[in-house]
Design a protein around this ligand. Sequence first.
Ligand code: SF4
Length: 329
Amino acid sequence: MSVLSVRDLHVTYRTRGGGVPAVRGVSFDIDRGEVLGLAGESGCGKSTIAGAILRLLPEGTEVTGSVLLEGEEVLTMRPGRLRAVRWAGASIVFQGAMHALNPVRRVGDQIAEAIVAHQQAGPREAMVRVGALLEQVGLPPRRIDDFPHELSGGQRQRVMIAMALACNPSLVIADEPTTALDVMVQAQVLRLLKELQRDLGLAMLFITHDLSVLSEVSDRLAVMYAGKLVEEGPTAQVFHDGRHPYTRALAAAFPTIGDPSFRRRPSGLGGDPPDPQAIPSGCPFHPRCPEAFDECGRTEPALYDAGPGRRAACLLVRSALAGAAEGER
Ligand code: SF4
């Protein structure tokens, strides 16, 4: 059984201007010990998926489909069970640790609080565990008494990672966890996350706009565009031999890790991703696709088989499949 199994997930934000469909039918699985990297430009729906898995989206947001965490449906969980599952079943590391940490409380107390709240230890025992957790993320245990402002950006992010691990979750969601850090620190924190994930056998959903980061940390790569998965498969294959033109554009624009201009235009493509309220007909990528042909404006591609363990949503992949089937006859 997969640690996380997402099926046909749809998320629509409610605004005064009407519904904004941010995620439009996404399915994927993550097994124990596996890292799935989720890539795509800003606004493609990546972080919305993270919010949907932990039910952190604004009230009134419409979420349908299924999110099974170790076989248990999250979308219909009662509030008490949901509180228990957050942190202990699945936890999240956000981009900006300064905003996620309480500035007027010592970091050790904040981590211990999560451990005690989830009844994993009493207050004294929890503090011992916090010291061990800080060591595990490469911080001296004496930093337990520090306030967030006494730590550097990289150290705060290490505290966030310690907090995410505090209740022994089976799934960690890392949502742009290193984007706010400078290049050197980013590389250190990435190495730490990868080592911990491997040592603890965690399932991890790693979300970032930066394909170069995912090429280093993920086992499988999923690329999103306009609220849908457009390609999925083993990381090295997707990265070096993308079947979808959008994936190839992202990979060709391989950036220097941490380059801020890449964040704004990570695909190297002209134009912008579509407004979720005005998604083009046919293939949503066709207005920007260098390989678009007539049918692309009329037919929306499904995810087609694109090799062992691979899928891609492009009509060219469908044609290649049909050609291969014809050749076998
Ligand atoms: Fe490009 Fe057409 Fe493939 Fe869409 S279906 S990615 S427009 S070639």
